[in-house]
Design a protein around this ligand. Structure first.
Ligand code: SF4
Length: 295
C-alpha cells in the first residue's frame, strides 16, 4: 500500500512493510541506484497510522514487521521507540521488528539510545556492511571504515540486537578478492551476524561505479576470481549460528545453508561451480537486471 518506491530483502517477502521514511539519508554509495532521485524524508505520523490501521484489519496476526526505506534506522531514538510502541499496539503478535540500517545510523546513537530502542521491541537490523576492507569501503563511499564498523556493530550486538549482514564480493576490484575475503570474514567473525546475505558487485546506469567501470578506473573481477573470493571467505568464516544466504541473482554460485554445519557443503558448491564454469573462468560475468548473471 506504499505510495513510494520501496525495497525489502528477499527473506522479508511475508513481512508487513511499514513505510516510515522515504529514500535513503546517505544516498551516495557508489554502486547504488535504489533511491537516486528520491528526496530523503520522514513520512507523516498520520500516514504511519493509516498503514497500521490497514494491517491491523487485514494482517492482525502478523509476526514480523519491516520498517521502510533505505536506512530507516537513521530516525532518532525517540521516534523509533514511538513507532515500535504503535506497531505493537496495532499488531500485538509481532515478535520481530526489523529495518535497513547503516553503520552510520548506529554511530549516531548512544548506548542508552540503543538499549531503549531494543527494549521498545525493535530487535533486528539489516545492514549493508559490504566489506571489512578499508580501501573497498572508501571506494564504495560507505561513510565508515572497518574499525568503525567493528565498534558500532559490536555496540549493536551488545545492546541485544541480531543483525543481518550484506556482503558484496568483488567490491575491492580485480586482484583484491582474497584480501577482501580475509578482512570481511574477520569482521563477520568478530561481530557474529545471524545471517550473511551475499551478492557480487554490479552497477546500473546512474551511479558513480557505472562510470568507473566504463572508464576502466574500476575493474571487475573475473568469474574465477569471484569464486576464489567466496571460497576463501567460507573457509575463514567462524560462525556460532548463522544463515548463509547466497541467493541474490548476481551470485556466481547461488546457494544457501547454515553455518557452521554446512560449511563443507557450501565450499564444495563453489568448487563444483568452478568446474562447471571452467571455460569462462577468465571472463567477466554477463549481467542483466539486478546484476543477474548469465553464462
Ligand atoms: S546502499 Fe543502502 S546506504 Fe548506500 S545509498 Fe543505497 S540504500 Fe543508501
Amino acid at each position: 500500500m506504499s505510495e513510494h518506491i520501496i525495497y525489502r530483502p528477499p527473506f522479508e517477502a511475508s513481512s508487513v512493510l511499514i513505510e516510515v521514511t522515504r529514500g535513503c539519508s546517505h544516498n551516495s554509495c557508489s554502486f547504488c541506484t535504489m533511491y537516486r532521485g528520491v528526496n530523503f524524508g520522514r513520512v507523516s505520523s498520520e500516514y504511519i497510522d493509516e498503514q497500521l490501521g490497514y494491517y491491523s484489519e487485514y494482517e492482525p496476526d502478523a509476526e514480523r514487521v519491516f520498517l521502510e526505506n533505505g536506512d530507516a534506522f537513521c530516525l532518532d531514538a525517540d521516534s523509533l521507540v514511538d513507532i515500535a510502541r504503535r506497531v505493537r499496539e496495532s499488531l500485538p503478535k509481532v515478535g520481530t521488528i526489523s529495518m535497513y540500517a547503516s553503520v552510520r545510523n548506529i554511530a549516531s546513537k548512544s548506548d542508552q539510545d540503543l538499549r531503549r530502542i531494543r527494549e521498545a521491541g525493535i530487535n533486528e537490523m539489516n545492514i549493508g556492511v559490504e566489506s571489512g576492507l578499508d580501501e573497498a569501503l572508501r571506494s564504495m563511499n560507505k561513510g565508515y571504515d572497518a574499525a568503525q564498523a567493528l565498534r558500532d556493530l559490536t555496540r549493536l550486538r551488545d545492546a541485544g540486537f541480531d543483525y543481518f549482514a550484506n556482503v558484496i564480493f568483488g567490491c575491492a576490484g580485480a586482484g583484491n578478492g582474497i584480501l577482501n575475503a580475509e578482512k570481511t570474514a574477520e569482521l563477520m567473525n568478530r561481530t557474529q551476524p545471524a545471517l550473511i546475505f551475499t551478492g557480487t558487485i554490479h552497477a546500473e546506469e546512474g551511479c558513480p561505479l557505472y562510470e568507473d567501470m566504463r572508464s576502466g578506473s574500476f575493474t571487475e573481477p573475473t568469474v574465477g576470481e569471484y569464486l576464489d573470493e567466496e571460497e576463501r571467505f567460507l573457509e575463514l568464516l567462524s560462525m556460532d549460528d548463522c544463515i548463509y544466504f547466497g541467493l541474490h541473482p548476481s551470485n556466481i554460485a547461488p546457494m544457501q545453508g547454515l553455518l557452521p554445519e554446512d560449511r563443507e557443503e557450501l565450499i564444495n558448491e563453489v568448487r563444483m561451480r568452478r568446474k562447471r564454469l571452467e571455460k569462462v573462468l577468465d571472463s567477466r560475468p554477463l549481467r542483466g537486471g539486478e546484476g543477474a548473471v548469465f553464462f
